[in-house]
Design a protein around this ligand. Structure first.
Ligand code: NI
Ligand code: MN
Length: 243
């Protein structure tokens, strides 16, 4: 599984089959991503949107129209983007999308957050995603508070990696994300939704990494534009005998 960080909460994930999943693309409006990401180089097969806030959907229409990648999300996201001429796939929280090309599936799971479009239109409920290819199961939390729903995810799935918001103010902060990671029983976390604008500035990245390290969890803070192969990192779990 290869993961490229596109800034804020935007990631391009290439799964075992080679299919590319784009999450929450809001790139051109992100000053921190300026000059680091060229939209024209992104060729996702599917675009998953966690909710309708502009810092999660800003480039979805352009990328979807250019690549014909369907926009997948709750009903209200579907109607909004269908009206704009994008291919869409309507769903709602609790539903599971399945790839027709591989064993990949993506489930829409609860998030504790609001959702409205930039023009004030209702955006439906905010969601997170649990997705799995042949090798790994991953949780992409979207924007959310710490919630008891995460315990259920841990009971149902062996989650290898979690994308968690850590910037606070609008979502969990580092402390709550650490608690979430413990609830989820994951060993690897990719931090997101931090540093993009002043209210979500991380005060101390090194301290955040250390806080996670102390409880045996690796917090990955990726550089914008960086692409990393997580296959080796995530399989270490199985090859290491528990003591
Ligand atoms: Ni939001
Ligand atoms: Mn947000």
């Amino acid at each position: 599984m290869r993961i490229q960080y596109l800034g804020h909460s935007a990631f391009l994930v290439t799964v075992a089959s080679g299919e590319k999943l784009l999450f929450d693309p809001s790139i051109t409006s992100n000053e921190k991503a300026r000059g680091k990401i060229d939209l024209q180089t992104l060729h996702p097969d599917y675009i998953f949107l966690s909710h309708a806030h502009s810092d999660h959907i800003a480039d979805a229409e352009e990328i979807s129209k250019k690549t014909e990648a369907p926009i997948i999300g709750v009903w209200e996201l579907h109607t909004y983007f269908q009206e704009r001429g994008c291919p869409t796939y309507p769903m709602n929280v609790g539903g599971t999308w399945r790839s027709q090309k591989s064993l990949l599936w993506v489930k829409l799971v609860p998030a504790l957050h609001s959702s409205s479009f930039p023009d004030g239109r209702y955006g439906g409920v905010a969601v997170g995603f649990v997705f799995s290819d042949e090798n790994h199961t991953v949780y992409y939390a979207g924007d959310t508070a710490l919630s008891a729903e995460m315990e259920i995810l841990a009971e149902r799935y062996e989650i290898d990696l979690a994308f968690l918001p850590i910037g606070g103010t609008f979502t969990m902060d580092v402390e709550d994300a650490l608690e979430a990671a413990l609830l989820l029983d994951v060993e690897h976390v990719i931090g997101m939704h931090y540093d993009t604008f002043p209210p979500i500035q991380l005060p101390d990245k090194e301290k955040a990494r250390k806080d996670f390290e102390e409880v045996g969890i690796t917090l990955h803070l990726m550089e914008i534009g960086e692409e990393k192969d997580f296959s080796q990192i995530l399989t270490q779990k199985e090859s290491t005998p528990s003591t």
